[in-house]
Design a protein around this ligand. Structure first.
Ligand code: SF4
Ligand code: ZN
Ligand code: ZN
Length: 303
């Protein structure tokens, strides 16, 4: 098929807008929306950190930020990788992240769960009780990332979440009736003392497009999946959304736009919780003991 914008051969068909796009027009289509999102969400001056897992999405976020910040002397880009300690998975993506940063001359810092939490995810998996690995992993990753970013005087953390990830999270929070969590979703518009705001420049880009973009750019893509993702509830929401998008192209965008339409009401109904220093670790928390310390204490007493 021919590109809807020029005479070149199309590399993809975008179902939700009915357009065929060649390589150049597809890449421009992706980059334009990422740049627009960055402008909309706002980049503070100072150090910006990309949370780089070595996966395709965070690599795209790092690549785009690096390109944009080349023209901004008052902003510096660093990449932070969290090593959760998942043998056969994270060690592979960390190697990709290292190579990526070398190639693109991005300052790279790696921090591990073992150093900050005391356990690797592989150790946690054996002690987890009836709590799924992803619950520990998500809480600890946010905790370590925020703590190290604050120490590095980072002004914003950039995450590689794509449209599919965000639509899944919105749906999940609705179905679980977790409106507080829905109100606290990134990108953050209110700066809370001690919490580094998060930006999501890929929020409008569907997963299929981030995969194609990474392939066309020649980024190394690791095909494997985390061994613990089988227990993640997110998989069910991925399947539901896939089915809906197949039948009704544009569903994921509609979910995101519906959320954006009620964001202000949610923020009014659930204003940010007053934070206090955690009694154990001193990190900002909405409860006397932060979630990370609560989970860590559970692990310490678990056989
Ligand atoms: S799938 Fe779960 S355990 Fe694996 S890296 Fe992601 S959040 Fe962590
Ligand atoms: Zn074209
Ligand atoms: Zn704590």
């Amino acid at each position: 098929m021919q590109c809807s914008k020029c005479s070149r051969k199309a590399v993809t068909y975008i179902r939700y807008n009915g357009k065929y796009l060649c390589k150049q027009h597809f890449m421009e289509f992706v980059e334009r929306r990422i740049k627009k999102e960055i402008r909309k969400q706002g980049l503070p001056k100072g150090t910006i950190a990309v949370a780089l897992s070595g996966g395709k999405d965070s690599s795209i976020a790092a690549y785009m930020l690096n390109e944009i910040l080349k023209e901004h002397r008052e902003r510096k880009l660093v990449a932070i990788t969290i090593d959760e300690g998942i043998k056969g998975y994270r060690d592979k993506t960390i190697e990709i992240a290292k190579k990526f940063c070398e190639e693109h001359e991005i300052e790279h810092h790696i921090f591990s769960f073992k150093d900050f939490i005391g356990f690797t995810m592989d150790e946690i998996s054996k002690k987890r009780g009836n709590i799924a690995e992803c619950t520990y992993c998500g809480v600890f990753r946010r905790y370590v990332l925020n703590k190290v970013a604050r120490k590095m005087n980072v002004k914003a953390i950039v995450l590689g979440h794509n449209l599919d990830d965000v639509a899944q999270t919105i749906l999940m929070n609705f179905i679980r009736n977790d409106l507080r969590r829905l109100a606290r979703m990134a990108p953050h518009r209110h700066i809370q003392p001690g919490l580094i705001p998060r930006l999501l420049p890929l929020i409008e880009i569907p997963e299929k497009e981030t995969t194609l973009y990474a392939l066309l750019k020649g980024f190394e893509i690791y095909e494997g999946a985390c061994p613990y993702s089988v227990r993640a509830m997110r998989g069910e929401y991925r399947n539901i959304l896939f089915m809906l998008e197949e039948k009704h192209p544009g569903t994921r965008h509609a979910i995101l736009n519906s959320y954006r339409g009620i964001e202000d009401c949610l923020a009014k109904k659930f204003p940010p919780a007053k934070l206090q220093p955690c009694k154990i670790c001193g990190e900002p928390s909405s409860q006397p003991v932060c979630m990370a310390c609560q989970l860590r204490e559970k692990l310490k007493v678990s056989p």
